[in-house]
Design a protein around this ligand. Structure first.
Ligand SMILES: *Cc1c(COP(=O)(O)O)cnc(C)c1O
Length: 468
C-alpha cells in the first residue's frame, strides 16, 4: 500500500472509529440476523485481483457491521461486560503498526521489558506482594492452562520423562461453580475426565474447605496424587467467592498448587472496601486476572501471576539451565507458556494505566459497583422480582417471580423476558442456571455505562415481564 494511500485510509478509519465510539449506543446491542447470513453475503473465494479499500470498507459497513454484537455498547449487560477504551484502542493500533513478536528478549527487548513493567504496575495496583511475576496471555483459559501445567511439574515429577502413563493418577479440585476453562485444561493436560474432582460448596456457593480437605484425604488414601486446587474469586455464574485463605491452609499441608481464578473480579482488589473478598489470595501459587474484562483494556489481555516463575518455566522452557547464556539473564516470554510468538499486548495495558491513573481506574470500578448496588436495591424493592445473593461485585442476578408460578413455567417466563429484551436491541443480557433454575444476569462493566442505561434496561425487563 503506497504511503499516501495508507495515510488516507488510516485517517478515514480513525474517523470512522471515533464516530462509531460516539454513536455505539445507537446501534442495536444484538444483531437481528440468523446463522449463516453474513457468510452467505460473501464470495466463496478471495478475489483474484486486489480490490480498492473503498470497496471492502463499504462491505465492512454493509455486511460485517450489521452482524456485530456491540460489546462496546453501554447497554451490553451479558456475560461480563468489557470495554475497548480510547487509550486501549490507540495501544492496539500502535502495536499493530510495530508488529513485533516478543518470543525472546532479542526479538523485541522493549516489548518484553514493557510487559514486565506493565504487569508489575498492575500487581502493585491490585495490592499483590512483590514476589508475584506476571505474564500476559490471550485469555484466562490459556493462563489457567499454563498454571496447571506448572502444577503438574511440581506435583507429578514422574511425568517429566515418561509422561502421565508412568505416574500416579493426578487430581485437580474445583467447585461446580468453576469456569469451564478449568475442566478443559484438566483434560488437555492429560489428567482425563477423572482428573477433575468437584468439591461441595457452602450456602453462598463458595467452596467448602472442610469438604476439600476430606476429598484430598480420600484421594491420597486411594492412590491419587493431588496436583492443584483452583479457587475462584467471582465465579462466572453468580460471582461467588471461594474462601481462599481457608483453602490455602488445606493446600499447604499437602504442597498442592493453589490457582486463583479472578479473571473478572480481580481488578476490584484495588478498592479498599472490596479487599475482604480477596483475603488470602496472596497465598496462591498463581492468580489470573483479565484486564480485558473489567479493566478497560481491549480483548485480548489476560495476566497470569505466578509466585515462583521458575516453576512456570519448568513446564515450558526447553532450554536447560546449564545452556543459558549471558543474554539469557534477560527473560524470554516464550518460556512462560505454550506460545512461541507473542503479540505486544503490554502496550495497550500500559496506555490504559497511564491514561486513567490508579485513581481513575478505581473511580470507574467503584462507579460500576455503585450502579450494581443501586440496581440491586431497586430489584429488592420491586414486587414480583427477586435477586440472587450473594453477588458482591458488579453483577446483579435476578428473576421475575410472580406469585404462584414456579418450575418450568417460571423458567420459560424468564427466558421469554430476556428474549424480548435482547431482540428489541435496547440491551443484551444473558441467563444462568442455579440449581437447575433460570436466572437473569445483569453484568455491569462497560466504561460508558451510566445510570440511564441501567434504568432503561430495567424498565425494558419490567415491560417484557408484563407486556400488557
Ligand atoms: C471469563 C472467565 C474465564 C474465561 O476467560 P477467557 O479469558 O475468555 O478464557 C475464566 N474464569 C472466570 C471466572 C471468568 O469469568
Amino acid at each position: 500500500m503506497p504511503p499516501g494511500d495508507f495515510r488516507e485510509w488510516a485517517h478515514l478509519s480513525v474517523d470512522w472509529v471515533s464516530d462509531y465510539l460516539e454513536r455505539v449506543g445507537e446501534y442495536p446491542v444484538l444483531p437481528d440476523i440468523a446463522p449463516g447470513e453474513v457468510r452467505d453475503r460473501l464470495p466463496p473465494t478471495a478475489p483474484e485481483h486486489g480490490e480498492s479499500v473503498e470497496e471492502f470498507l463499504r462491505d465492512f459497513e454493509s455486511v460485517v457491521l450489521p452482524g456485530i454484537t456491540h460489546w462496546n455498547h453501554p447497554a451490553f449487560f451479558a456475560y461480563f461486560a468489557v470495554s475497548g477504551s480510547g487509550p486501549g484502542i490507540v495501544g492496539e493500533l500502535l502495536a499493530a503498526a510495530l508488529n513485533v513478536n516478543a518470543m525472546v528478549w532479542k526479538s523485541s527487548p522493549a516489548a518484553t521489558e514493557l510487559e514486565e513493567v506493565a504487569v508489575d504496575w498492575l500487581r502493585h495496583f491490585l495490592g499483590l506482594p512483590r514476589e508475584f511475576r506476571g505474564t500476559i496471555n490471550d485469555t484466562a483459559s490459556t493462563s489457567t492452562f499454563s498454571a496447571l501445567a506448572a502444577a503438574r511439574e511440581r506435583c507429578l515429577p514422574e511425568a517429566w520423562r515418561a509422561g502421565l502413563a508412568g505416574a500416579p493418577p493426578g487430581r485437580i479440585y474445583a467447585s461446580a461453580e468453576t469456569h469451564s476453562s478449568i475442566a478443559k485444561s484438566v483434560h488437555a493436560l492429560g489428567f482425563g475426565r477423572n482428573g477433575l474432582r468437584i468439591v461441595a460448596t457452602g450456602p453462598g456457593r463458595g467452596m467448602d474447605p472442610a469438604a476439600l480437605a476430606r476429598a484430598i484425604e480420600e484421594d491420597v488414601a486411594e492412590g491419587f496424587r493431588p496436583v492443584a486446587v483452583t479457587a475462584t474469586i467471582g465465579t462466572t455464574s453468580t460471582t461467588a467467592v471461594d474462601p481462599v485463605g481457608s483453602i490455602a491452609e488445606v493446600v499447604r499441608a499437602h504442597n498442592i498448587w493453589l490457582h486463583v481464578d479472578a479473571a473478572y473480579a480481580g481488578p476490584a482488589a484495588a478498592l479498599p472496601e472490596m479487599q475482604l473478598h480477596f483475603a488470602g489470595w496472596e497465598l496462591a501459587d498463581s492468580i489470573v486476572v483479565n484486564p480485558h474484562k473489567w479493566l478497560f483494556t481491549p480483548v485480548d489481555c489476560s495476566v497470569l501471576y505466578v509466585r515462583n516463575s521458575a516453576e512456570l518455566k519448568a513446564a515450558f522452557s526447553l532450554v536447560p539451565a546449564y545452556l543459558e547464556t549471558a543474554e539469557d539473564e534477560a527473560s524470554h516470554l516464550m518460556d512462560h507458556g505454550l506460545a512461541l510468538g507473542r503479540r505486544f499486548r503490554a502496550l495497550k495495558l500500559w496506555f490504559v494505566m497511564r491514561y486513567f491513573g490508579a485513581a481513575g481506574l478505581r473511580e470507574r470500578l467503584a462507579h460500576h459497583l455503585t450502579l450494581a448496588r443501586r440496581l440491586a436495591a431497586t430489584v429488592d424493592a420491586a414486587e414480583d422480582w427477586e435477586r440472587w445473593r450473594p453477588s458482591p461485585f458488579s453483577l446483579v442476578v435476578l428473576r421475575y417471580r410472580p406469585r404462584g408460578i414456579a418450575g418450568e413455567e417460571l423458567d420459560a417466563m424468564n427466558m421469554a423476558i430476556i428474549d424480548r429484551v435482547n431482540r428489541s436491541g435496547t440491551a443484551f443480557l444473558a441467563h444462568t442456571e442455579i440449581d437447575g433454575e433460570v436466572w437473569l444476569r445483569f453484568a455491569i462493566g462497560n466504561i460508558h455505562t451510566m445510570e440511564e442505561h441501567v434504568d432503561a434496561a430495567w424498565t425494558a425487563l419490567r415491560n417484557a415481564a408484563d407486556p400488557g
